[in-house]
Design a protein around this ligand. Structure first.
Ligand SMILES: Nc1nc2c(ncn2[C@@H]2O[C@H](COP(=O)(O)OP(=O)(O)OP(=O)(O)O)[C@@H](O)[C@H]2O)c(=O)[nH]1
Ligand SMILES: [Mg+2]
Length: 915
C-alpha cells in the first residue's frame, strides 16, 4: 500500500503494494468478532484523529421501515485527506428500496469517498479498484459485501450485522475461495420464478426473492395494508408524519370524510389545502416531495395515471394530464422487470420493454408469475386458464411448461396441457378432442394436430365461438392483433387510460329472477347505444317471434271470450228462469251475448285454441300468417273481441305487454309487417331465456355540450359489455357464476311489482316473488366470485309499481311488513306532478324497498349497495341507470386513491338512488 501518493494513490485501495520496503509500521485490519464490535455513536462526532487511531465501525442506520428488497449501500471514507488504508473508518449507510438485484457496483470518488449503489443490470464493477463487489450473503443477522480484484482474489469484506453494526474484515475473506462464493450466489439467485415466500423466508434468506401470491395479486391492489411495515411486499415508506386517524398528514385537520389525495409511495394522505405543498410539482406524479425517486407501492399500480377529482379541481386540465403522464411513464414508477416472471423466468429490463410495447401487450400487467405460449400468443397467470391473447413470438421468458396452466385434460396446445374450460370451449367450437390430441395452434387460431401438415380449421372462426369464449371468460384474439400489427405507440405519446389503450372492455353482468326485466334492459341497451341494434337476420327471427306471440295473445283473448260468454250465458239463464218464475211464462231462450261470435270466427277460434293446446303454434309459422291475416282484422273489429279486450285485466295469462301488440295485431300479422325497435323492446322471448346474451357498446358522446369535455370523449371510447344471464342459466347453486370472475360489476334486477306475486320455489313451495328475488340476490352477493365487486340494484317497473301501490299495500310481502309510511293528506298521487315537496306513496315505498336491500347487502358484505329506480320500457330511464353504472365503475377506479372508510359516507342507507 502506498502511504503517500497524494492523488492517484487514493484509488489504490485494494491494489497490492509492490514499492520499496517501508520503514514504518503499517496499520493492519483487525478481524472483529460478532460479539466484540466497537460502536461509534454518530460518525460526524467522531474526531478524525480518534477515528484514525482505532478501527471503529459506524452503526448502520437502518430506517424504521427497513425493507429487505434492495440493498443500496453507501460507504464513505471519512479520512478523505489521508491515505486509504484498511483501518480507515468506514461510514455505512444502508438504505432499503425496491429491488432484489443483489449486485452492487462501487465507485471511489476522487475525494476519496467510496460509494456503491445497486446496478440495475447487475454489472456492478469497482472500476477504480479494478475489481468488483458482490453481495455474498445476506441473512437476518448479517449481510456481507465482498470486494475482489480482477484476478478474482477476494480483497475484503464488509459485514452488516442485524443490530445495525457492521464489521470490516479484509483478512477473513481473503482466504475464501471465489468459486465457492459463486456457488453461494447461484444458490441465492435461482433462475426460477418469483416465489411465494412468506415473510419469515424472506427474512431468513437475503437477498430476497420477491414474493407475490399468484392467486391474490388482485387482492394486492386493494389490500395493501398501510401499516404493514413488516410485510414482505414491495417497499412502502412510512409517511413522515401521521395525524389523528383520518386527518390530513400535513395540517392534521379534517376527518376520514374529507377528500384526500394519497401518496403513491408512503400512503400519506393530504387534504385539498395541503396536497400541492406536500407534493410540489409532482414530477413523478402523486408522491410526497420526500418520496420522489422512491418506487411506488405496488398495490397502487392500478391507479397510476388515473386522476382524482381533487386534482382536477386544483389544477388545470393540461397540468393534470402532464402529471398523470409523468406518473405513468417516469422511470421510478415502472414495474421492476424481475417482478414479472414468465414461464419460470424473471424478466430482464429488455424483455419487459418488449412485452409492454408489443402491439397487443398484457392488460394491466402486475407483478406475478405468468405463462406465455409464444406460438399462439395465449397468456395467463401461472396455474390458471388463459386470460388474454397477446402478441405472439415475443422473445420473453423461458419455454412454456406442460403444466403451466395446471391443466388436467390430457389435451395439449403448443405443449401446454389445457384446462377444463378450454377443452369445453374447443368442443363447443367443434374441434375434435377425442384421443388426447396434441394441437399446434397458431396466432390466427388455425390449428393442426401435431405431426400433421393440414390445417384442421380455425378455432375462433365461427361467430358463436367468440360468444362461448365470452361466456367461459376465455380470451379471443384481439382486433388489434392482426398479423400486420399496429406500430407500437411511442411511449411518450401514450396518455390514454390503460383500458382505452388496450381496448379493454369493462364487463357488466346483468342478472335477475324471471320477469324482473333483464331482457328489456338488455334490449334497451342495444337500442340506445348501437347504431344497428339488430341485424337483418335478427329482424327476421324477431318478426316471427312477435307474430307467434300475437297469435298466442289472441288465443288467450279468445279463451277469455269463451269464458266470458259462458259466464254471461249462465247469468242470462238465471235471470230468465227468475223471470219465468215470476211471470209463469216461458220466454224465448236467447243464446247470444256480447261475447258471442259468428261461425266463421268461431271456426278460426277453435282452430287456434286447439293448435295452442297441442303446442303447435310455432310449427305452423309463417304459413299461418299468410293464411289467416285477413281474418285477424275481422276478428279484431268484432264487438265480442272488443268487449273481451276491455276485460283483459281479468285474464291472468295475458301479460301486460299483450295490449301493445294486440292493438297492433292487424298490422303485425300481415305478411309485409315491418317491425319497429319499440316492437322488439316490448316483445317477449327475443333474448334467449336460458343462455347468455351479450352486447358491446360505448356511451355515445353527448352532442349538446358546446365544448366537449375530455372525460366525455374518453367515455365515448371506453367499451362496455353487458352480459345478460338468466337465473335459470346459472345452473344449480349458480355453479356457472365463477365463469364471470372478470366482470367489473353486477347489475341485479328486481321487479318492484313482485311484492304481491307468488311463484313456486325450488322446493315446490309457493313463495312471494319478492322474497324469491331476495334469496337469489343473497346467493349472488355472497358468491365468492363477486367478493369485492360493485353491485348496482335496479328496482325495475317503477311505472307499474306507482300504480299498484295505490291499490295493493306493500305489506302484502312479509319482508315489508314494517312499512308504515306517514302520509300527509295533500300528498300527490302518482299521476299529478307534485307541487308540494311531499313524496308520493310510490316514492316512499320504493325508497323503503331500496333501504331494505341496502341493509341486507351491507349486512352480508359490509359494503355499499348502489340502487337505481328504473322504468324498463322508457329509454331515458335505462340510459340514466346504465350511466350510473358507468360512474360507479369510474369511482371504483379512483377508489385506490381514497381509503375505504372515506367512502362510507356515501353508503348511508338510501342516499344513492338514481332516478
Ligand atoms: N310496464 C313495465 N313493464 C316492464 C318493465 N320492465 C319490463 N317490463 C315487462 O315485463 C315483462 C318481463 O320483462 P323481461 O325483460 O322479459 O324480464 P326477464 O328478466 O327477461 O324475465 P324472463 O323473460 O322471464 O326471463 C316484459 O313483458 C316486459 O315488457 C317496466 O319497467 N315497466
Ligand atoms: Mg325476458
Amino acid at each position: 500500500m502506498s502511504p503517500a501518493a497524494p492523488n492517484a494513490a487514493e484509488y489504490s485501495f485494494a491494489v497490492e503494494y509492490d514499492g520499496p520496503p517501508l520503514t514504518c509500521d503499517l496499520p493492519r485490519a483487525v478481524p472483529i468478532s460478532v460479539d466484540n464490535i466497537p460502536v461509534a455513536a454518530v460518525v460526524s462526532q467522531v474526531p478524525l484523529s480518534d477515528a484514525l487511531s482505532l478501527p471503529v465501525v459506524q452503526p448502520l442506520l437502518l430506517p424504521q421501515h427497513h425493507q429487505p428488497l434492495r440493498t443500496e449501500a453507501r460507504v464513505s471514507k471519512i479520512a478523505s485527506e489521508t491515505t486509504v488504508s484498511p483501518t480507515s473508518v468506514i461510514a455505512f449507510e444502508h438504505r432499503a428500496s425496491q429491488s432484489n438485484v443483489g449486485e452492487l457496483s462501487g465507485e471511489l470518488s476522487s475525494s476519496g469517498a467510496f460509494e456503491f449503489s445497486t446496478g440495475n443490470d447487475g454489472s456492478g464493477e469497482l472500476s477504480d479498484l479494478g475489481g468488483s463487489s458482490r453481495v455474498l450473503e445476506e441473512t437476518r443477522s448479517s449481510s456481507t459485501v465482498e470486494f475482489w480484484d480482477k484476478s478474482g482474489r477476494s480483497s475484503g469484506a464488509l459485514r452488516v450485522l442485524e443490530d445495525g453494526k457492521e464489521s470490516l474484515d479484509f483478512n477473513e475473506l481473503n482466504q475464501q475461495d471465489w468459486a465457492s462464493t459463486e456457488s453461494v450466489l447461484s444458490l441465492e439467485y435461482p433462475s426460477t420464478r418469483v416465489s411465494s415466500l412468506k415473510a419469515e423466508d424472506i427474512d431468513a434468506k437475503r437477498p430476497p426473492i420477491v414474493t407475490f401470491d399468484v392467486d391474490t395479486d388482485d387482492a394486492l391492489d386493494e389490500e395493501f395494508d398501510v401499516d404493514d411495515t413488516v410485510s414482505n411486499k414491495p417497499v412502502k415508506r412510512a409517511p413522515l408524519t401521521k395525524g389523528k386517524k383520518g386527518s390530513c398528514y400535513r395540517c392534521f385537520k379534517g376527518s376520514r370524510f374529507t377528500e384526500k389525495e394519497v401518496c403513491l409511495v408512503c400512503d400519506a394522505k393530504y387534504c385539498g389545502n395541503c396536497v400541492l405543498r406536500a407534493m410540489g410539482s409532482m414530477p413523478e406524479g402523486r408522491k410526497c416531495v420526500t418520496c420522489i425517486g422512491f418506487p411506488i407501492d405496488e398495490a397502487k399500480r392500478g391507479s397510476l395515471g388515473k386522476f382524482s377529482r381533487m386534482l382536477k379541481r386544483l389544477l388545470n386540465d393540461l397540468e393534470v394530464r402532464q402529471i398523470m403522464k409523468a406518473e405513468r411513464f417516469c422511470e421510478a414508477n415502472q414495474l421492476p422487470p424481475e417482478y414479472v416472471c414468465v414461464n419460470g423466468h424473471p424478466l430482464s429490463y429488455e424483455e419487459l420493454v418488449t412485452l409492454q410495447n408489443c402491439p397487443n401487450p398484457p392488460k394491466k400487467l402486475k407483478p406475478g408469475n405468468y405463462w406465455y405460449d409464444k406460438v399462439s400468443g395465449l397468456w395467463g397467470k401461472e396455474g390458471q386458464k388463459p386470460s388474454q391473447i397477446i402478441s405472439p413470438h415475443l422473445n420473453v421468458g423461458g419455454p412454456i411448461q406442460p403444466d403451466a396452466s395446471n391443466g388436467n385434460t390430457q389435451v395439449f396446445i403448443n405443449g401446454r396441457e389445457i384446462t377444463k374450460v378450454e377443452l369445453r370451449m374447443l368442443q363447443l367450437a367443434g374441434v375434435q378432442c377425442a384421443g388426447n390430441p396434441h394441437f399446434w395452434v397458431n396466432e390466427d387460431g388455425s390449428y393442426q394436430e401435431e405431426g400433421q401438415k393440414n390445417t384442421r380449421g380455425y378455432i375462433w372462426g365461427k361467430a358463436g365461438t367468440k360468444l362461448v369464449c365470452a361466456f367461459l371468460s376465455l380470451p379471443v384474439p384481439s382486433k388489434s392483433s392482426n398479423s400486420l400489427g399496429e406500430q407500437p405507440s411511442s411511449l411518450a405519446s401514450r396518455t390514454m387510460p390503460d383500458y382505452l389503450e388496450h381496448g379493454i372492455v369493462q364487463k357488466l353482468l346483468l342478472v335477475g329472477c324471471s320477469g324482473s326485466g333483464t331482457s328489456t334492459i338488455f334490449k334497451q341497451a342495444k337500442i340506445l347505444y348501437k347504431s344497428v341494434p339488430f341485424s337483418e337476420d335478427e329482424h327476421e327471427n324477431i318478426k316471427l317471434i312477435i307474430q307467434s306471440n300475437v297469435y298466442a295473445y289472441l288465443g288467450m283473448l279468445l279463451e277469455g271470450r269463451e269464458r266470458f260468454e259462458e259466464e254471461s250465458l249462465g247469468d242470462l239463464k238465471k235471470r230468465q228462469s227468475s223471470v219465468q218464475d215470476t211471470t209463469g211464462t216461458s220466454p224465448r231462450l236467447d243464446e247470444k251475448t256480447v261475447y258471442s261470435i259468428g261461425p266463421r270466427l268461431k271456426a278460426f277460434s277453435d282452430w287456434l285454441l286447439k293448435t295452442m293446446v297441442l303446442g303447435k303454434l310455432d310449427a305452423i309459422f309463417p304459413a299461418a300468417t299468410r293464411e289467416y291475416a285477413p281474418l285477424i282484422e275481422e276478428l279484431w273489429n268484432d264487438a265480442a273481441i272488443k268487449a273481451t279486450y276491455e276485460r283483459r285485466s281479468e285474464l291472468e295469462m295475458l301479460p301486460s305487454v299483450a295490449g301493445y301488440f294486440l292493438e297492433r295485431a292487424v298490422k303485425i300479422l300481415r305478411t309485409d309487417y315491418e317491425l319497429s325497435d319499440l316492437d322488439i323492446l316490448y316483445a317477449e322471448g327475443v333474448t334467449s331465456s336460458n343462455g347468455v346474451a351479450c352486447v358491446e357498446f360505448s356511451f355515445p358522446q353527448s352532442v349538446s355540450e358546446e365544448t366537449v369535455d375530455t372525460t366525455d370523449r374518453y367515455d365515448s371510447l371506453v367499451r362496455y359489455q353487458l352480459i345478460r344471464v338468466h337465473a335459470r342459466g346459472l345452473g344449480e347453486n349458480c355453479k356457472w357464476l365463477e365463469m364471470f370472475e372478470d366482470v367489473e360489476m353486477v347489475i341485479f334486477c328486481v321487479s318492484l311489482t313482485d311484492y304481491d306475486q307468488f311463484s313456486v320455489d325450488g322446493n315446490g313451495c309457493l313463495t312471494n316473488k319478492m322474497v324469491l328475488s331476495r334469496k337469489f340476490f343473497e346467493t349472488i352477493v355472497t358468491h365468492p366470485t363477486f367478493e369485492q365487486m360493485d353491485f348496482l340494484l335496479i328496482l325495475n317497473k317503477y311505472d307499474l309499481f306507482e300504480e299498484k301501490i295505490e291499490q295493493v299495500p306493500l305489506t302484502e310481502c312479509e319482508w315489508f311488513s314494517d312499512f308504515h309510511p306517514i302520509i300527509s293528506c295533500n300528498r300527490p298521487n302518482s299521476n299529478s306532478n307534485s307541487i308540494n315537496n311531499n313524496p308520493s306513496l310510490g316514492q316512499l315505498a320504493s325508497h323503503y324497498v331500496a333501504v331494505k336491500f341496502k341493509r341486507l347487502y351491507s349486512s352480508l358484505t359490509g359494503r355499499k349497495l348502489y340502487v337505481s329506480l328504473v322504468k324498463g320500457l322508457e329509454p331515458g330511464s335505462v340510459d340514466s341507470s346504465l350511466k350510473y353504472a358507468k360512474e360507479i365503475l369510474k369511482w371504483s377506479e379512483e377508489r385506490p386513491n381514497f381509503s375505504l372508510s372515506e367512502y362510507s359516507m356515501y353508503s348511508t342507507e338510501a342516499s344513492s338512488c338514481s332516478h
